[in-house]
Design a protein around this ligand. Structure first.
Ligand SMILES: [Zn+2]
Length: 420
């Protein structure tokens, strides 16, 4: 601060006597002196602490962008920490002027802390909700105002991918080389067991559909998912992960993030919808698509996608990175696996439970959008139909349906053929 204060004091003295010849002379001398001094002055300005004057986060549990505004060009150094998953960014001594409101948990970022670590060094620590990849961390000069901004893009990833990135950084790899392939884990690094993520639809404040006798969808889906987990685990062939195993609210993108965190081989979201037409009954298997197979499927997806809004969450539509060809290829492959599993599941289920007409349908379900995890959404029946509601509450019916799903998963996993 000293040089600036001195400079304005000099000018103030000069302007006190603007009319005199001496004043003019002094003004010119000082003007020249200032011009000569200015390189030194600007150097001293550089030694002043960096100033952070703005902080913003946007995105969801799958992709989150962090933007930090600086008065001068920062030279960040970053690294990763485990347990919990953290991104640590170090700067030269920095003065922070940020609103606590902007630091509130958002998307992948569960907590933001900052401060000085010693004289001349400052640190920002972002604690994440789960493993992530730093896709990009760059410094840009502001276009319409002075100063610079740091942009960091985080993407949810698996534990294995995070660990690989962590050891890569320890080994001193290029910190800016954040590419899509970090999110893809070599097959050898994966767990040997086929991992199934079971997603009991709704939960907590989001009760889902309601049956005529008061049955709540969130209760039925959890009971069914727990039973299915038990049956899958009994085979000893599967690693089963539940997105929730209690009555709690979970965002849709958080469900997808959990599937990616565990490198799921299959994601099954379990539901029991209700519609106006009380006579409609039977199970439906849905896969994801930009275009819905029919108007009913589009409405089902719209109802299921409401979950986040019911809980008061502002849903930000994420535009997928079109340039990311690798991800696009993976998405296509994943989609064909999702279609294959949907067919297998229909084959098994139609032997044991009642299916709707055209039981394989598709629409834009937010919970089915993991690019690398084959995903289906199973509407087991309609709570709006009295017969379906009765069956959904029956332990015997649930047991039969669960057995069929286990058979479908075994077939899909190729375990039957392998004699396992
Ligand atoms: Zn539902």
């Amino acid at each position: 601060m000293q040089p600036k204060v001195g400079r304005s004091n000099l000018q103030a003295k000069v302007f006190k006597r603007p009319g005199t010849a001496l004043g003019c002379f002094v003004f010119i001398v000082l003007f020249v002196a200032q011009a000569l001094l200015s390189p030194a002055l600007s150097q001293e300005t550089d030694s002043q602490p960096l100033q952070v004057y703005g902080y913003k986060m946007a995105g969801d549990s799958l992709h989150t962008r962090i933007v930090i505004w600086f008065d001068k060009k920062p030279e960040p150094k970053w690294f990763l920490l485990r347990d919990p998953y953290r991104l640590v960014i170090d700067f030269a001594g920095t003065a922070f002027d940020v609103s606590p409101e902007d630091l509130k948990a958002r998307g992948l970022v569960a907590q933001v802390r900052y401060g000085n670590i010693d004289t001349g060094r400052s640190r920002i620590i972002l604690t994440a909700a789960g493993p992530f990849a730093v896709d990009k961390l760059e410094i840009l000069e502001n276009e319409n105002s002075p100063g610079y901004r740091m942009i960091a893009d985080l993407t949810a990833t698996s534990t294995t991918a995070f660990d690989a990135a962590l050891s890569q950084r320890v080994a001193g790899a290029d910190p800016t080389a954040g590419t899509a392939d970090r999110r893809i884990v070599p097959a050898a690094a994966r767990s040997k067991l086929f991992t199934v993520v079971l997603d009991a639809g709704h939960g907590g404040i989001d009760v889902g559909a309601e049956g005529s006798t008061g049955t709540l969808e969130k209760t039925i889906t959890l009971a069914f998912a727990l039973e299915l987990r038990q049956k899958l685990e009994q085979t000893g062939k599967f690693n089963v992960v539940m997105t929730r195993d209690t009555d709690k609210f979970l965002r849709l993108d958080e469900r997808v993030r959990i599937a990616r965190e565990h490198e799921a081989d299959l994601f099954i979201s379990i539901h029991a919808d209700a519609i106006r037409y009380r006579s409609v009954r039977g199970a439906t298997v849905y896969t994801v698509s930009d275009k819905a197979s029919d108007a009913e499927a589009a409405m089902t997806a719209a109802r299921e996608n409401l979950s986040d809004k019911l809980a008061g969450i502002e849903v930000e539509e994420q535009k997928d990175d079109v340039a990311d060809i690798l991800i696009d290829l993976i998405r296509r492959e994943t989609h064909s696996f999702s279609m294959r599993f949907a067919d297998t599941l229909l084959g098994e289920l139609s032997d044991t439970i009642k299916m709707i007409n055209n039981p394989h349908r598709y629409a834009g379900f937010r919970v089915l959008r993991a690019p690398d995890v084959p995903s289906v959404l199973l509407e087991m029946g309609y709570l709006s139909n009295a017969e379906d509601e009765k069956l959904l509450r029956s332990a015997e019916w649930r047991g039969k349906a669960a057995d069929s799903i286990v058979a479908a998963i075994e077939s899909f996993a190729g375990l039957k053929g392998a004699g396992g």
